[in-house]
Write a protein that binds this ligand. Structure first.
Ligand code: ZN
Ligand code: ZN
Length: 424
C-alpha cells in the first residue's frame, strides 16, 4: 500500500478515537466507579475487593459489553479464566493483539493506572477496526482482556492456554510519570518461605520453644546484608505474611514472601539461589525446618525495536517527541507478565506520562489516573498504537522484518526454579 494511503487510514483510525472520546472517558470512569462501589460494598459486607487480580468481574463485563456494542465478537471467560476476554474484529492475517489490563491493587486501588490501560486497549481496538473497515485490507485486531498483572500473571496463564498462537504481534501502553517507547523491565520470581518451629510459653518456658519468627527476622537480616553484594540493577524485597498470633506464645510457624528481580531471567535464578541460602541459614541457626515454594515468574521485557521505532515516529506526528533511545533504556520499569508475552511474539509496551513526578503504586497516582490530562494522554498513546498497528499491517514486508528481528533475539523461556520444596 502507498505511503499516502496509509497516512490517510491512520487519520481514519485516530478520528474514530476522537469520535468516541466521551464514551471512552465515561467507560474509564465506570471502571473506576465499579472499583469504588465494590470497595465500599465489600468493606461493609465481605471485606474483600473483587476487582483485584483474577476478580476483575465488573471491569471485564464493562469492557466486553462496550466492545460487543461496537461490533466486536467477544469471547468471555476466555481460555477458562473467569475475567479474561477476547474481542475480535476484521478477518484474515495479520493478527495484532492489544492488551487491556484490568486489576487494581489492595488498599491503593488503581494506583498502577490499569483503568487507563483497559480503556487504551478498547480505544486501540476501535481505531484499528475502523482502519480495516475503511481499507478492506486483510487483518484482524484482537483486544485481550488480561487479568491479574499485579500478582499471579494472567498473561502467563493465557500463554499456557495457547492464546497467542494465532497472534503476529502484541502491544499495550502503560501510564507513568514519563514517556518512552523502548521499554525494559526486570525479570522477577516470587519466593514464599515458611519456617516451622515449636510453640511454648514465651515467659514460663521459652527454652522449650523453637521460634519460627526469629527465622523470618534472620532471613530479612541476611537478605539485607546480601544486598550489599548484589548488582545495582538487582532487587530483593519482601513482606512478613505471618508472624505468630500472640506475644506470649512463641510462634511455631512464620512466613514471608519475597520478590527477586534482575535484568534477565538467568540473573533472577542465580540471585534466587542466594536468597534461598539466606533462608536455609536462618533455619539452621534457629533450629526450624522450612518450606520454600515459588510463585509468579515474569520475564524481562523484550521490546521489538522496529515496532518501538514506528511508535516513536507516530507519536511525533501526534505532537510528542520522545527522548533518545539510550536515555529511554536507562529508565527500567518494574516487572510485567507482558515480558513473558514479549518472548513469545514481537511486542511493544510504551509508557506514557499522565503526571510529572508522582510514582506508580501510590495513592497519589491512583488520583492522577482519573484526571483530564490522564485521559487525554491515554487517547494519544492509543492513537500511537493504532497508527503503529496500521504500519505493521499495511507496510509491505514490515511484519517479516519484525519477525526476523524477534527470531534473532533471545526468546528463550525462563527455566523453572529447581527444587522448589527444600526440606533440610
Ligand atoms: Zn503495577
Ligand atoms: Zn501496571
Amino acid at each position: 500500500m502507498e505511503h499516502n494511503d496509509i497516512v490517510q487510514l491512520k487519520e481514519t483510525g485516530c478520528r474514530k478515537i476522537d469520535a468516541h472520546m466521551t464514551d471512552l472517558e465515561s467507560l474509564s470512569r465506570k471502571v473506576m466507579d465499579a472499583l469504588t462501589q465494590c470497595t465500599i460494598f465489600n468493606v461493609q459486607q465481605i471485606h474483600a475487593n473483587p476487582e483485584l487480580a483474577y476478580e476483575e468481574h465488573n471491569t471485564s463485563n464493562l469492557l466486553s459489553d462496550f466492545l460487543q456494542s461496537h461490533g466486536f465478537q467477544v469471547e468471555r471467560q476466555y481460555c477458562g479464566l473467569k475475567t479474561a476476554f477476547r474481542a475480535t474484529a476484521g478477518r484474515g492475517p495479520p493478527t495484532i493483539a492489544v492488551m487491556s489490563e484490568m486489576d487494581a491493587l489492595p488498599e491503593v486501588g488503581h494506583a498502577c493506572g490499569h483503568n487507563l490501560i483497559a480503556v487504551a486497549g478498547v480505544a486501540t481496538g476501535l481505531g484499528v477496526k475502523a482502519i480495516l473497515e475503511e481499507s478492506g485490507h486483510s487483518g484482524t485486531i484482537v483486544v485481550l482482556g488480561t487479568p491479574a498483572e499485579e500478582i499471579g500473571g494472567g498473561k502467563c496463564d493465557l500463554i499456557r492456554a495457547g492464546a497467542f498462537k494465532d497472534i503476529d504481534a502484541g502491544m499495550m501502553v502503560h501510564p507513568g510519570n514519563n514517556s518512552l517507547a523502548h521499554y525494559t523491565s526486570l525479570a522477577v520470581t516470587e519466593i514464599h518461605v515458611t519456617f516451622h518451629g515449636k510453640s511454648a510459653h514465651a515467659a514460663a518456658s521459652p527454652w522449650e520453644g523453637v521460634n519460627a519468627l526469629d527465622a523470618v527476622i534472620l532471613s530479612f537480616n541476611a537478605v539485607g546484608l546480601l544486598r550489599q553484594q548484589i548488582r545495582p540493577t538487582d532487587r530483593i524485597h519482601g513482606i512478613i505474611t505471618h508472624g505468630g498470633h500472640r506475644p506470649n506464645v512463641i510462634p511455631d510457624r512464620a512466613s514471608a514472601s519475597f520478590f527477586v528481580r534482575s535484568p534477565s531471567g538467568s540473573g533472577v535464578l542465580e540471585l534466587a539461589d542466594r536468597v534461598r541460602d539466606c533462608f536455609e541459614g536462618a533455619a539452621r541457626a534457629t533450629g526450624c525446618s522450612l518450606e520454600i515454594s515459588g510463585g509468579m515468574e515474569y520475564r524481562e521485557m523484550n521490546s521489538s525495536r522496529l515496532m518501538a521505532e514506528l511508535y516513536t515516529k507516530n507519536l511525533h506526528c501526534l505532537g510528542l517527541n520522545l527522548d533518545p533511545v539510550e536515555e529511554q533504556l536507562k529508565r527500567r520499569g518494574g516487572s510485567t507478565d507482558f515480558g513473558n508475552v514479549s518472548h513469545v511474539i514481537p511486542c511493544i509496551h510504551p509508557r506514557y506520562a499522565i503526571c510529572d513526578d508522582t510514582n506508580i503504586h501510590s495513592k497519589e497516582f491512583a488520583s492522577q489516573a482519573t484526571t483530564d490530562r490522564a485521559h487525554a494522554e491515554t487517547f494519544r498513546a492509543a492513537k500511537g498504537l493504532v497508527m503503529t498497528a496500521a504500519d505493521v499491517m499495511l507496510i509491505p514486508g514490515i511484519l517479516r522484518e519484525i519477525g526476523d528481528e524477534f527470531s534473532q533475539g533471545e526468546g528463550k523461556p525462563l527455566p523453572a526454579i529447581p527444587d522448589p520444596h527444600v526440606q533440610p
